[in-house]
Unconditional design. Sequence first.
Length: 491
Amino acid sequence: MRQRSSSRLNALTAMIALAASLSSPCLPSQDLDPGWITVDEFRHEFGPGSPAFVTEPRAILVDSRGAVFVCGRTRTTGSRFTSHWLIRRSLDAGRNWQTVDDFFLIRDGLEYAPWAEYLASDRFGNVCAASRDGLIRRSTDGGDTWSTVRDAGTEIGSLIADHRGELLYLANRSKLLASRDAGDSWEELSSLPLAQAPPRSLLVDSVRGLFALTGEGGRLAVAMSGDQGKTWSEVDLLEPGGEGRFNVSMGLLAGPSGTMYVTLSQRIQDSQFPTETSTWTFKRGSNGGTSWETMIEETGEPILHEGSLAAQGNALYAAGGWGGDACCSGRVWTVLKSLDGGRTWNTSDSFDLFNHNWNWPWAITSDREGNLYVVGPQSPGSGQVWVVRKLQAGAVPLEPRFRRGDSDADGSMDLSDAIYTLSHLFLAGEWPACPDAADADDDGALAITDAVFTIERLFLGGPVLPAPGSVDCGDDATQDGLAACSYGATC
């Protein structure tokens, strides 16, 4: 009976999923969070009555003291254009902003500056910004004043601080460099595997070590170092690309309970896709980044950038441009949210200030209070405007997290959980503190089938328990009438 019911349910689920994919070609299910507001809409002026053609932010950082920094560039139009490097700062969680670094060099008689694309800070209050061509500027007073500590030269791909805020890491072509003096001097630590170009994403995890998403073309790897970047080993190999595929961006995020996440966006134009399109691959790693599974691998999905992943409580957020063509035209500023570890996504924010014209979030981050910030350009039809959006902490209620099948809430699923469920059902045993955890088959009710489902999984190779599964903590992706969850194990 269970097998026939399961087959019918699987068939019905597949039909529903197919219908949904046909009826919603542009965006995932709409479940917009009402708390999003625009906190900065800025267009630089080179002089009175001389607005910039482009004013575009690229990265965002919340430093150890809670100040929010956004960096980017502004420029005029034409073949001989003027450009400035820009950094803006907010000291009050995004309510007020000011430009704290407006920097340029003189090149061929014109004011010129590279694009400020990376931000990092240490626990001593130093804040560093870097461009793709290796220029680094630093503030030692919380952003009030800035100076150049490294001139442009070799292309770089990432700039981050370690989890203690004592080291800065810089990915420079195939090398990893570190600085212990806030960027004054740099020491080469190691060569990165597969690094034919600068790694576009570095991640420091306080427990597991240093991770890099590195490679080129169709061969990409997640590499891990447990000795502060001196030696590396590949922990996952991504091979989604090949001839006719261009890697737009790659991103890494450390999640709760030892999970990690990888995002990869590509543009494709080959025999299979003669018209250029885009793909989105999203993977989740567990066991310290040594085991990986693909959660999403879709064509025609959003373009996400290096800083496009963030976590707020038990929710994952991904910011990107949705719809339009692979080169951004017609794309809509979109923030996606997942409450089940990346398996399914809803639209948290869809923002279009100027009617579907080059709307492209570049980066997303959160602060210690749980506020979420997204930065990117919006186009009024001519040029681009610098935009920062914020989701206020507490604006989105977050459900308790749990492990499916862990009825006794001791942190793992084993035979004692099946016994606990049966004791509750037939021996007047204690009611599970988290009924959703005891609902092993996720049918919305506690019954003997839950104990059977658990035993089948443990000893008979039965199906994996429904989201969030029995290994990692997560949220209940389905609505039911079970009582509120109070999960006592560590998540």
